[in-house]
Design a protein around this ligand. Sequence first.
Ligand SMILES: NC(=O)c1ccc[n+]([C@@H]2O[C@H](COP(=O)([O-])OP(=O)(O)OC[C@H]3O[C@@H](n4cnc5c(N)ncnc54)[C@H](OP(=O)(O)O)[C@@H]3O)[C@@H](O)[C@H]2O)c1
Length: 292
Amino acid sequence: MTDISRAGAFALGDLTVNRMGYGAMQLAGPGVFGPPKDRDQALAVLREAVASGVDHIDTSDFYGPHVTNQIIREALSPYPEGLTIVTKLGARRGDDASWLPYSEPAELVQGIEDNLRNLGVEVLDVVNLRVMGDIHAPSEGSIGAKFSVLAEQQKKGKIRHLGLSNVTSTQVAEARTIAPVVCVQNQYNLVQRDDDALIDELAGLGVAYTPFFPLGGFTPLQSSALSEVAAELGATPMQVALAWLLQRAPNILLIPGTSSVTHLRENLAAASLSLSPEVIRRLDAIAKSPAV
Ligand SMILES: NC(=O)c1ccc[n+]([C@@H]2O[C@H](COP(=O)([O-])OP(=O)(O)OC[C@H]3O[C@@H](n4cnc5c(N)ncnc54)[C@H](OP(=O)(O)O)[C@@H]3O)[C@@H](O)[C@H]2O)c1
């Protein structure tokens, strides 16, 4: 079995997690809506992740909605010592599967209660304020009012640590004037590198950066250069994409998503894949000419 601790660990406040984690979004039904096609397989993926040493699971109550958190609870509760579950708040789902941004502070408070109930915990480990922005890319604008609501709930003991998702550097700075920020979760991968400067800035602050869509999301990364490198290394393209992220910066935490035990094992094995400087240079070139 892969020793995922080879990828190292990083602190989320007073919680330390392995840099190789797991993202649970793929456990809901198609379009992240409704129940999964194979519930037993979803339970098996979560149990295999934890048995393999994963101690950082990313989720949201808007996956399903509620479905993913309920599956996490069924698979893993009572939760093992040291497991950190990171959830996010900022939208609810319409009956047509749409993503509807929260507009009222009361919705954030209700969202916290929904997460507590569906995960079956008394305190949420980490809550990211999910700023809806341009859905998968951030846009500027004050987030202070919403982040203050979460900070208030943190003071009440409902949340241990706070983070942000889909935000700009300016928004991180604004939030940090209100309460400590332990992690930022934005879209980033081998070909989507808008956050290069933000990652380095956060590394300097000791704040974790957790890329969403680390494998390209709903359309996994495809690149002939990536495939060539993977073949030379006897690895898969997905493993190389994850190893590249691990070597990109020490504050990057991985939460690749999968609904498959086979893919999970493959992804976790990337924890022990080491890339030479020459290979990194070839992979870096992909972002400069992604249409390959
Ligand atoms: N903050 C946010 O706004 C936000 C947005 C999106 C996601 N997230 C979080 O980030 C996590 C990761 O993102 P993601 O799951 O959307 O995208 P991802 O990790 O980039 O990719 C997941 C996709 O890759 C496939 N896949 C996974 N491992 C594979 C492998 N070894 N070989 C081939 N295909 C593979 C999955 O299909 P299979 O199921 O068939 O393996 C799925 O289609 C999510 O689980 C969620 O927790 C956060």
